[in-house]
Design a binder for this molecule. Structure first.
Ligand SMILES: Cc1ncc(COP(=O)(O)O)c(C=O)c1O
Length: 439
Protein backbone atom coordinates (compact mmCIF):
# COMPACT_ATOMS: atom_id res chain seq x y z
CA UNK A 1 0.00 0.00 0.00
CA UNK A 2 1.20 3.50 -0.73
CA UNK A 3 2.05 5.42 2.42
CA UNK A 4 0.17 8.68 1.86
CA UNK A 5 2.35 10.51 4.36
CA UNK A 6 5.62 9.61 2.63
CA UNK A 7 6.61 12.81 0.87
CA UNK A 8 10.07 11.66 -0.09
CA UNK A 9 9.46 10.44 -3.65
CA UNK A 10 8.18 13.58 -5.26
CA UNK A 11 11.03 15.97 -6.15
CA UNK A 12 9.30 19.35 -6.05
CA UNK A 13 10.23 22.06 -8.56
CA UNK A 14 11.76 25.35 -7.32
CA UNK A 15 10.99 24.27 -3.74
CA UNK A 16 12.96 23.75 -0.52
CA UNK A 17 12.11 20.03 -0.55
CA UNK A 18 13.60 19.09 2.83
CA UNK A 19 12.04 22.07 4.60
CA UNK A 20 8.69 21.36 2.94
CA UNK A 21 8.61 17.80 4.22
CA UNK A 22 8.89 19.10 7.78
CA UNK A 23 6.81 22.26 7.42
CA UNK A 24 3.85 21.78 5.15
CA UNK A 25 1.02 23.10 7.28
CA UNK A 26 -1.48 24.83 4.97
CA UNK A 27 0.69 23.94 1.96
CA UNK A 28 -1.18 20.90 0.60
CA UNK A 29 -3.81 22.20 -1.78
CA UNK A 30 -6.93 20.08 -2.07
CA UNK A 31 -9.31 22.13 -4.19
CA UNK A 32 -9.90 25.60 -5.54
CA UNK A 33 -12.71 27.84 -6.64
CA UNK A 34 -12.56 31.40 -7.89
CA UNK A 35 -9.94 33.40 -6.02
CA UNK A 36 -9.47 30.80 -3.27
CA UNK A 37 -7.70 27.51 -2.64
CA UNK A 38 -8.71 25.10 0.10
CA UNK A 39 -5.95 23.12 1.78
CA UNK A 40 -6.19 19.55 3.08
CA UNK A 41 -6.73 21.02 6.58
CA UNK A 42 -9.73 22.92 5.23
CA UNK A 43 -7.95 26.29 5.37
CA UNK A 44 -9.17 28.76 2.73
CA UNK A 45 -6.34 30.68 1.07
CA UNK A 46 -6.83 33.81 -1.00
CA UNK A 47 -4.74 33.18 -4.11
CA UNK A 48 -2.51 36.26 -4.07
CA UNK A 49 -0.50 34.97 -7.01
CA UNK A 50 -3.26 33.84 -9.42
CA UNK A 51 -1.88 30.30 -9.42
CA UNK A 52 1.60 31.10 -10.64
CA UNK A 53 0.62 34.25 -12.53
CA UNK A 54 -1.72 32.19 -14.70
CA UNK A 55 -5.25 31.98 -13.25
CA UNK A 56 -6.40 35.57 -13.65
CA UNK A 57 -10.03 34.50 -14.03
CA UNK A 58 -9.83 32.47 -10.85
CA UNK A 59 -9.84 28.71 -10.45
CA UNK A 60 -12.28 26.37 -12.14
CA UNK A 61 -13.70 29.13 -14.30
CA UNK A 62 -16.93 27.38 -15.35
CA UNK A 63 -16.63 28.16 -19.09
CA UNK A 64 -13.05 26.93 -19.16
CA UNK A 65 -13.92 23.74 -17.26
CA UNK A 66 -16.81 23.01 -19.62
CA UNK A 67 -14.71 23.63 -22.73
CA UNK A 68 -12.04 21.19 -21.55
CA UNK A 69 -14.63 18.55 -20.66
CA UNK A 70 -16.34 18.82 -24.03
CA UNK A 71 -13.07 18.76 -25.93
CA UNK A 72 -11.83 15.70 -24.03
CA UNK A 73 -15.01 13.98 -25.09
CA UNK A 74 -14.69 14.99 -28.76
CA UNK A 75 -11.02 15.04 -29.82
CA UNK A 76 -8.70 14.31 -26.91
CA UNK A 77 -5.49 14.56 -28.90
CA UNK A 78 -4.71 15.58 -32.45
CA UNK A 79 -1.42 14.63 -34.07
CA UNK A 80 0.47 17.89 -34.22
CA UNK A 81 2.86 17.20 -37.10
CA UNK A 82 1.50 17.24 -40.66
CA UNK A 83 -2.08 17.22 -39.35
CA UNK A 84 -4.26 19.96 -37.95
CA UNK A 85 -7.54 20.60 -36.17
CA UNK A 86 -9.66 23.61 -36.93
CA UNK A 87 -9.75 25.20 -33.43
CA UNK A 88 -5.97 25.61 -33.28
CA UNK A 89 -5.95 27.65 -36.52
CA UNK A 90 -8.78 29.76 -35.15
CA UNK A 91 -6.92 30.29 -31.89
CA UNK A 92 -3.80 31.48 -33.72
CA UNK A 93 -5.99 33.93 -35.64
CA UNK A 94 -7.57 35.24 -32.42
CA UNK A 95 -4.21 35.68 -30.69
CA UNK A 96 -2.77 37.47 -33.73
CA UNK A 97 -5.72 39.88 -33.59
CA UNK A 98 -5.06 40.62 -29.92
CA UNK A 99 -1.32 41.05 -30.40
CA UNK A 100 0.26 44.36 -31.48
CA UNK A 101 -0.27 45.14 -35.14
CA UNK A 102 2.09 43.30 -37.46
CA UNK A 103 2.63 40.31 -35.15
CA UNK A 104 0.55 37.88 -37.11
CA UNK A 105 1.78 34.30 -36.79
CA UNK A 106 1.64 32.02 -33.77
CA UNK A 107 3.74 28.93 -33.00
CA UNK A 108 2.29 26.88 -30.11
CA UNK A 109 4.32 25.17 -27.39
CA UNK A 110 3.53 23.93 -23.88
CA UNK A 111 5.29 26.24 -21.46
CA UNK A 112 7.09 29.51 -21.06
CA UNK A 113 10.47 27.79 -21.19
CA UNK A 114 9.63 26.19 -24.51
CA UNK A 115 8.29 29.49 -25.81
CA UNK A 116 11.59 31.20 -25.02
CA UNK A 117 13.78 28.52 -26.58
CA UNK A 118 11.51 28.51 -29.63
CA UNK A 119 11.74 32.30 -29.95
CA UNK A 120 15.55 32.21 -29.74
CA UNK A 121 15.67 29.52 -32.43
CA UNK A 122 13.34 31.54 -34.64
CA UNK A 123 15.58 34.59 -34.24
CA UNK A 124 18.74 32.71 -35.21
CA UNK A 125 17.09 30.84 -38.07
CA UNK A 126 15.46 34.03 -39.38
CA UNK A 127 18.76 35.83 -39.81
CA UNK A 128 20.28 32.80 -41.47
CA UNK A 129 17.33 32.45 -43.82
CA UNK A 130 17.91 36.04 -44.91
CA UNK A 131 21.58 35.38 -45.59
CA UNK A 132 22.67 37.14 -42.39
CA UNK A 133 24.12 34.04 -40.74
CA UNK A 134 26.77 35.95 -38.78
CA UNK A 135 24.03 37.30 -36.52
CA UNK A 136 24.29 34.71 -33.78
CA UNK A 137 24.79 36.69 -30.58
CA UNK A 138 21.88 36.82 -28.12
CA UNK A 139 21.49 39.50 -25.49
CA UNK A 140 19.50 39.01 -22.32
CA UNK A 141 19.43 41.00 -19.10
CA UNK A 142 20.67 40.61 -15.55
CA UNK A 143 17.94 39.30 -13.23
CA UNK A 144 15.98 38.19 -16.31
CA UNK A 145 13.98 34.97 -16.03
CA UNK A 146 13.27 33.14 -19.23
CA UNK A 147 12.49 29.67 -17.96
CA UNK A 148 14.77 26.74 -17.45
CA UNK A 149 15.72 25.45 -20.91
CA UNK A 150 19.36 25.86 -21.90
CA UNK A 151 18.44 28.80 -24.10
CA UNK A 152 16.40 30.41 -21.35
CA UNK A 153 19.04 30.08 -18.64
CA UNK A 154 21.71 31.35 -21.03
CA UNK A 155 19.90 34.59 -21.77
CA UNK A 156 18.45 34.69 -18.26
CA UNK A 157 20.21 36.56 -15.54
CA UNK A 158 19.55 34.62 -12.36
CA UNK A 159 22.74 33.28 -10.92
CA UNK A 160 21.17 30.36 -9.03
CA UNK A 161 19.65 29.09 -12.28
CA UNK A 162 22.90 29.49 -14.22
CA UNK A 163 25.92 28.70 -12.10
CA UNK A 164 25.69 24.89 -12.15
CA UNK A 165 25.52 24.76 -15.92
CA UNK A 166 28.19 27.24 -16.92
CA UNK A 167 29.91 24.97 -19.45
CA UNK A 168 26.62 24.11 -21.13
CA UNK A 169 25.46 27.67 -21.72
CA UNK A 170 24.89 28.94 -25.25
CA UNK A 171 28.10 30.68 -26.28
CA UNK A 172 28.11 34.33 -27.31
CA UNK A 173 25.47 35.65 -24.92
CA UNK A 174 25.72 39.07 -23.27
CA UNK A 175 23.54 40.67 -20.63
CA UNK A 176 22.22 44.18 -20.29
CA UNK A 177 22.32 45.61 -16.78
CA UNK A 178 19.14 45.22 -14.75
CA UNK A 179 17.18 48.31 -13.75
CA UNK A 180 16.55 47.43 -10.09
CA UNK A 181 18.17 50.25 -8.14
CA UNK A 182 16.66 51.04 -4.74
CA UNK A 183 18.79 54.14 -4.24
CA UNK A 184 17.22 55.73 -7.30
CA UNK A 185 13.72 54.29 -7.39
CA UNK A 186 12.60 52.87 -4.03
CA UNK A 187 8.85 53.19 -3.41
CA UNK A 188 8.07 54.29 -6.98
CA UNK A 189 4.43 54.00 -7.89
CA UNK A 190 4.13 52.57 -11.39
CA UNK A 191 7.05 53.15 -13.75
CA UNK A 192 10.13 54.67 -12.12
CA UNK A 193 11.35 57.90 -13.67
CA UNK A 194 15.01 56.92 -13.34
CA UNK A 195 16.86 54.37 -15.45
CA UNK A 196 16.03 54.72 -19.16
CA UNK A 197 19.72 55.43 -19.84
CA UNK A 198 20.51 51.81 -18.90
CA UNK A 199 19.13 50.81 -22.30
CA UNK A 200 22.08 52.61 -23.88
CA UNK A 201 24.29 49.72 -22.73
CA UNK A 202 22.92 47.97 -25.80
CA UNK A 203 24.54 50.61 -27.97
CA UNK A 204 27.83 49.93 -26.17
CA UNK A 205 27.48 46.20 -26.93
CA UNK A 206 26.88 47.02 -30.57
CA UNK A 207 30.08 49.08 -30.58
CA UNK A 208 31.95 46.19 -29.00
CA UNK A 209 30.66 43.29 -31.09
CA UNK A 210 29.29 45.01 -34.21
CA UNK A 211 25.60 44.83 -35.06
CA UNK A 212 26.32 42.27 -37.78
CA UNK A 213 26.97 39.66 -35.05
CA UNK A 214 23.86 40.29 -32.93
CA UNK A 215 20.65 38.34 -33.59
CA UNK A 216 18.28 39.40 -30.84
CA UNK A 217 17.67 41.05 -27.51
CA UNK A 218 15.26 39.35 -25.13
CA UNK A 219 13.71 41.05 -22.10
CA UNK A 220 10.61 40.75 -19.98
CA UNK A 221 8.75 44.04 -20.30
CA UNK A 222 8.30 43.78 -16.53
CA UNK A 223 10.67 41.42 -14.74
CA UNK A 224 8.31 39.16 -12.81
CA UNK A 225 10.40 36.41 -11.26
CA UNK A 226 13.12 38.84 -10.15
CA UNK A 227 10.42 40.38 -7.95
CA UNK A 228 8.33 42.71 -10.08
CA UNK A 229 10.95 45.07 -11.49
CA UNK A 230 9.05 47.72 -13.46
CA UNK A 231 10.64 49.20 -16.59
CA UNK A 232 11.74 52.82 -16.15
CA UNK A 233 9.86 55.39 -18.23
CA UNK A 234 11.35 55.40 -21.75
CA UNK A 235 13.58 52.35 -21.20
CA UNK A 236 11.77 49.87 -23.45
CA UNK A 237 11.36 52.50 -26.18
CA UNK A 238 15.10 53.10 -26.13
CA UNK A 239 15.78 49.38 -26.49
CA UNK A 240 13.33 49.36 -29.39
CA UNK A 241 15.05 52.29 -31.12
CA UNK A 242 18.52 50.79 -30.80
CA UNK A 243 17.33 47.39 -32.06
CA UNK A 244 15.60 48.99 -35.04
CA UNK A 245 18.65 51.09 -35.88
CA UNK A 246 20.89 48.02 -35.97
CA UNK A 247 18.58 45.35 -37.43
CA UNK A 248 18.47 43.43 -34.13
CA UNK A 249 15.27 41.55 -33.28
CA UNK A 250 13.56 42.60 -30.06
CA UNK A 251 11.85 39.77 -28.19
CA UNK A 252 9.47 40.54 -25.35
CA UNK A 253 9.08 37.57 -23.04
CA UNK A 254 5.46 38.10 -22.05
CA UNK A 255 4.92 34.83 -20.22
CA UNK A 256 3.79 36.84 -17.19
CA UNK A 257 2.80 40.15 -18.77
CA UNK A 258 0.75 38.64 -21.62
CA UNK A 259 -3.04 38.37 -21.46
CA UNK A 260 -4.02 41.23 -19.27
CA UNK A 261 -1.92 41.59 -16.14
CA UNK A 262 -0.42 44.93 -17.16
CA UNK A 263 -3.83 46.43 -17.99
CA UNK A 264 -3.65 45.69 -21.72
CA UNK A 265 -3.69 42.37 -23.57
CA UNK A 266 0.10 42.46 -23.81
CA UNK A 267 2.80 44.39 -21.97
CA UNK A 268 3.82 45.68 -25.40
CA UNK A 269 0.54 47.58 -25.55
CA UNK A 270 0.59 48.65 -21.90
CA UNK A 271 4.08 50.13 -22.34
CA UNK A 272 3.40 51.21 -25.93
CA UNK A 273 6.45 49.54 -27.44
CA UNK A 274 6.13 46.92 -30.18
CA UNK A 275 8.69 44.11 -30.27
CA UNK A 276 9.34 41.80 -33.23
CA UNK A 277 8.56 38.62 -31.34
CA UNK A 278 6.40 37.93 -28.26
CA UNK A 279 6.49 34.81 -26.11
CA UNK A 280 3.46 33.92 -24.00
CA UNK A 281 2.10 31.11 -21.79
CA UNK A 282 0.24 31.11 -18.45
CA UNK A 283 -2.69 33.51 -18.97
CA UNK A 284 -3.47 32.32 -22.49
CA UNK A 285 -5.80 29.68 -21.09
CA UNK A 286 -6.03 30.68 -17.44
CA UNK A 287 -3.44 28.06 -16.51
CA UNK A 288 -5.94 25.25 -16.98
CA UNK A 289 -3.85 23.14 -19.39
CA UNK A 290 -0.15 23.69 -20.16
CA UNK A 291 0.23 25.97 -23.18
CA UNK A 292 2.64 28.58 -24.46
CA UNK A 293 3.47 30.18 -27.76
CA UNK A 294 5.48 32.59 -29.85
CA UNK A 295 3.98 35.38 -31.94
CA UNK A 296 6.12 36.74 -34.78
CA UNK A 297 6.02 39.57 -37.25
CA UNK A 298 4.75 38.75 -40.70
CA UNK A 299 8.10 39.22 -42.46
CA UNK A 300 9.86 36.95 -39.95
CA UNK A 301 7.37 34.22 -40.76
CA UNK A 302 7.72 34.91 -44.49
CA UNK A 303 11.50 34.49 -44.29
CA UNK A 304 10.89 30.83 -43.40
CA UNK A 305 8.32 30.20 -46.13
CA UNK A 306 10.79 29.44 -48.90
CA UNK A 307 12.14 26.32 -50.60
CA UNK A 308 10.17 23.45 -52.08
CA UNK A 309 6.59 23.55 -50.83
CA UNK A 310 6.52 19.88 -49.88
CA UNK A 311 9.39 20.40 -47.43
CA UNK A 312 9.11 21.27 -43.72
CA UNK A 313 10.11 24.94 -43.30
CA UNK A 314 11.01 24.95 -39.61
CA UNK A 315 12.34 21.77 -38.03
CA UNK A 316 10.88 22.42 -34.61
CA UNK A 317 7.78 21.53 -32.60
CA UNK A 318 6.46 19.45 -29.74
CA UNK A 319 4.18 16.42 -29.53
CA UNK A 320 1.76 18.56 -27.54
CA UNK A 321 2.01 21.78 -29.58
CA UNK A 322 -1.53 23.13 -29.88
CA UNK A 323 -2.98 20.33 -27.75
CA UNK A 324 -6.76 20.26 -28.25
CA UNK A 325 -7.51 20.55 -24.53
CA UNK A 326 -5.20 23.56 -24.18
CA UNK A 327 -6.71 25.12 -27.27
CA UNK A 328 -10.27 24.60 -26.02
CA UNK A 329 -9.34 26.15 -22.66
CA UNK A 330 -7.75 29.09 -24.47
CA UNK A 331 -10.84 29.78 -26.60
CA UNK A 332 -13.02 29.80 -23.49
CA UNK A 333 -10.53 32.02 -21.65
CA UNK A 334 -10.33 34.51 -24.51
CA UNK A 335 -14.15 34.55 -24.67
CA UNK A 336 -14.33 35.50 -21.00
CA UNK A 337 -11.51 38.06 -21.32
CA UNK A 338 -13.45 39.72 -24.14
CA UNK A 339 -16.86 39.59 -22.46
CA UNK A 340 -15.56 40.94 -19.16
CA UNK A 341 -13.06 43.33 -20.78
CA UNK A 342 -10.42 41.97 -18.45
CA UNK A 343 -7.71 44.55 -19.26
CA UNK A 344 -10.16 47.31 -18.29
CA UNK A 345 -10.87 45.53 -15.01
CA UNK A 346 -7.12 45.33 -14.36
CA UNK A 347 -6.78 49.06 -15.03
CA UNK A 348 -9.61 49.64 -12.54
CA UNK A 349 -8.04 47.50 -9.84
CA UNK A 350 -4.43 48.64 -10.39
CA UNK A 351 -4.76 51.90 -8.39
CA UNK A 352 -6.47 49.95 -5.59
CA UNK A 353 -3.54 47.53 -5.41
CA UNK A 354 -1.11 50.46 -5.61
CA UNK A 355 -2.70 52.29 -2.66
CA UNK A 356 -3.14 49.13 -0.64
CA UNK A 357 0.38 47.81 -1.08
CA UNK A 358 2.10 51.17 -0.57
CA UNK A 359 0.25 51.31 2.75
CA UNK A 360 2.83 48.79 3.99
CA UNK A 361 5.66 51.28 3.62
CA UNK A 362 6.12 51.96 7.32
CA UNK A 363 6.22 48.30 8.33
CA UNK A 364 9.46 47.04 9.86
CA UNK A 365 12.21 45.97 7.45
CA UNK A 366 10.34 47.09 4.31
CA UNK A 367 12.91 48.67 1.99
CA UNK A 368 10.91 48.97 -1.23
CA UNK A 369 7.41 48.62 -2.64
CA UNK A 370 6.72 48.64 -6.37
CA UNK A 371 3.71 47.97 -8.57
CA UNK A 372 2.27 48.05 -12.06
CA UNK A 373 -1.07 46.69 -13.29
CA UNK A 374 -2.04 43.81 -11.04
CA UNK A 375 1.51 43.02 -9.94
CA UNK A 376 3.30 44.29 -6.87
CA UNK A 377 6.27 43.49 -4.67
CA UNK A 378 7.29 44.28 -1.12
CA UNK A 379 11.04 44.01 -0.63
CA UNK A 380 12.43 43.45 2.86
CA UNK A 381 15.90 43.77 4.25
CA UNK A 382 17.50 40.38 4.76
CA UNK A 383 17.69 38.93 8.27
CA UNK A 384 20.84 37.03 9.39
CA UNK A 385 19.99 34.29 6.94
CA UNK A 386 19.05 35.81 3.57
CA UNK A 387 15.64 34.63 2.40
CA UNK A 388 14.47 33.45 5.81
CA UNK A 389 12.45 36.55 6.62
CA UNK A 390 10.38 36.05 3.46
CA UNK A 391 9.81 32.37 4.30
CA UNK A 392 8.49 33.40 7.72
CA UNK A 393 6.17 35.99 6.17
CA UNK A 394 4.95 33.40 3.67
CA UNK A 395 4.15 31.00 6.52
CA UNK A 396 2.49 33.67 8.66
CA UNK A 397 0.38 34.63 5.62
CA UNK A 398 -0.75 31.03 5.11
CA UNK A 399 -1.87 30.82 8.74
CA UNK A 400 -3.99 33.92 8.09
CA UNK A 401 -5.54 32.62 4.87
CA UNK A 402 -3.32 34.21 2.22
CA UNK A 403 -1.01 32.66 -0.34
CA UNK A 404 1.78 34.92 -1.62
CA UNK A 405 5.02 34.17 -3.43
CA UNK A 406 8.47 34.91 -2.14
CA UNK A 407 11.74 35.20 -3.99
CA UNK A 408 14.80 36.02 -1.92
CA UNK A 409 13.47 38.54 0.61
CA UNK A 410 10.82 39.88 -1.75
CA UNK A 411 7.11 39.16 -1.35
CA UNK A 412 5.29 39.15 -4.68
CA UNK A 413 1.58 39.81 -5.15
CA UNK A 414 -0.38 39.15 -8.34
CA UNK A 415 -4.06 38.82 -7.38
CA UNK A 416 -6.64 37.41 -9.78
CA UNK A 417 -8.43 39.83 -12.11
CA UNK A 418 -11.71 38.71 -10.54
CA UNK A 419 -10.67 39.94 -7.08
CA UNK A 420 -12.86 42.59 -5.50
CA UNK A 421 -11.55 45.87 -4.13
CA UNK A 422 -12.21 44.56 -0.62
CA UNK A 423 -10.26 41.39 -1.27
CA UNK A 424 -7.26 43.39 -2.45
CA UNK A 425 -7.33 45.55 0.69
CA UNK A 426 -7.81 42.43 2.81
CA UNK A 427 -4.83 40.80 1.07
CA UNK A 428 -2.49 43.63 2.02
CA UNK A 429 -3.95 43.87 5.55
CA UNK A 430 -3.23 40.18 6.01
CA UNK A 431 0.26 40.66 4.63
CA UNK A 432 0.79 43.51 7.09
CA UNK A 433 -0.13 41.25 10.01
CA UNK A 434 2.15 38.53 8.64
CA UNK A 435 5.07 40.96 8.35
CA UNK A 436 4.51 42.04 11.97
CA UNK A 437 4.23 38.46 13.17
CA UNK A 438 7.34 37.34 11.29
CA UNK A 439 9.40 40.07 12.96
C1 LIG B 1 9.09 35.71 -18.21
C2 LIG B 1 9.06 34.22 -18.08
N1 LIG B 1 9.55 33.47 -19.07
C3 LIG B 1 9.52 32.13 -19.00
C4 LIG B 1 8.99 31.48 -17.92
C5 LIG B 1 9.00 29.99 -17.86
O1 LIG B 1 7.72 29.49 -17.96
P1 LIG B 1 7.43 27.95 -17.61
O2 LIG B 1 7.59 27.80 -16.12
O3 LIG B 1 6.03 27.74 -18.08
O4 LIG B 1 8.41 27.13 -18.38
C6 LIG B 1 8.46 32.23 -16.87
C7 LIG B 1 7.88 31.57 -15.70
O5 LIG B 1 7.48 32.18 -14.74
C8 LIG B 1 8.51 33.64 -16.94
O6 LIG B 1 8.05 34.40 -15.95
Amino acid sequence: MTDTTDLSHYWMPFTHNRYFREHHAYRMLASAEGAYYTTTEGQRLFDGLSGLWCCGLGHRQPRVVKAIQQQADTLDYATAFQMGHEPVFRLAQRIAKLAPQGLDHVFFVNSGSEAVDTALKIALAYHRARGDASRTRLIGREKGYHGVGFGGISVGGMVANRKLYAPAMIPGVDHLPHTHNLKEMAFSRGQPGWGSHLADELERMVQLHDASTIAAVIVEPMQGSAGVVIPPVGYLQRLRDICTKHGILLIFDEVITGFGRMGAMFGAQAFDVTPDIITFAKGVNNGAVPMGGVIVRDDIHKAFMTGPEHMVEFFHGYTYSGHPLAVAAAHATLDVYAEQDTPARVRELAPVLEDAVHGLRSEANVIDIRNFGLAAAVELSAADKPGLRAVRIFEESLKRGLLVRFTGDIIVLAPPFIASTDEIWQMTETLKEAIKAAG
